[in-house]
Design a protein around this ligand. Sequence first.
Ligand SMILES: NC(=O)c1ccc[n+]([C@@H]2O[C@H](COP(=O)([O-])OP(=O)(O)OC[C@H]3O[C@@H](n4cnc5c(N)ncnc54)[C@H](OP(=O)(O)O)[C@@H]3O)[C@@H](O)[C@H]2O)c1
Length: 257
Amino acid sequence: MKHIAIITGASSGMGREFALTATQHGSYDEIWVIARNENNLEQLRPQIDVPIRVFPLDLSKDESFKIIAGRLREEEVNVSLLINASGYGIFDSFESTKMSDAEGMIDLNCKALVKMTKTALPYMHAGSHMIQIASMAALQPVPYVNVYAATKAFVLSFSRALNSELESRYIHCMAVCPYWTKTRFFDRAVNADKDPVVKKYIVMYKPEQIVKKAWKDMARDKDVSIYGIVANGQAALCKLLPHGAVMKIWKKQQKLM
Ligand SMILES: NC(=O)c1ccc[n+]([C@@H]2O[C@H](COP(=O)([O-])OP(=O)(O)OC[C@H]3O[C@@H](n4cnc5c(N)ncnc54)[C@H](OP(=O)(O)O)[C@@H]3O)[C@@H](O)[C@H]2O)c1
């Protein structure tokens, strides 16, 4: 039986970094990579030392999951690793955010992540791992990054509860909560024609740093992975302070009040 890893969002950013480093942290016969940009996925092929299977799919569409479910059914595989890294955000007031974007974030960040997890889980066994990419935005409500932050709160809650449910099957599920990380994420999140919502990025991490810590935390069966002093400091503050105070600090810091 083949042991495979499935990685969504592998065409760019953190998903790509997970794909490039996966075989250093586990043994896989194949890596299945999923995203819309086929060229970017194909570019991974010569850089990964096991065969990769490219699925150029839009995960906001239901038929994409039928394709993955069909391939899983046809081939006898054991999904040893699932990483859900596809996602996007929009930085804007809720009033100015287009309905299509509000729905799009919910569809991709929440619905697609749940559907991919549901699709892969029957093929997972004791010792399998799941990594769900949430965000530091999951730890607090974030005015002007409102819907995005709410989708990531969903991911964090879903992931932690699932880890607890799957404990008896020895399947591990971990949420990764990256702080600002330098990827193409900002090309879509920031509207260049408007006054930016986020004016101050206290620190900008590299995808390599987030992913390296995630692999380490996965090996330790942690349920949440947070990289960096600034990020861990903020996580502690979010636990200590009321959310009202945390939102005020955010708005002051970004000159939104
Ligand atoms: N960068 C940050 O500061 C930051 C912080 C916290 C959390 N995150 C989260 O980290 C995850 C990875 O983002 P990133 O920072 O690495 O950004 P990124 O470079 O923009 O990567 C996003 C990935 O999602 C894929 N994707 C987007 N729409 C899709 C769709 N409809 N169907 C399938 N795949 C789709 C993209 O591929 P295609 O365009 O080829 O489809 C790309 O591979 C996301 O969930 C993001 O919310 C990012």
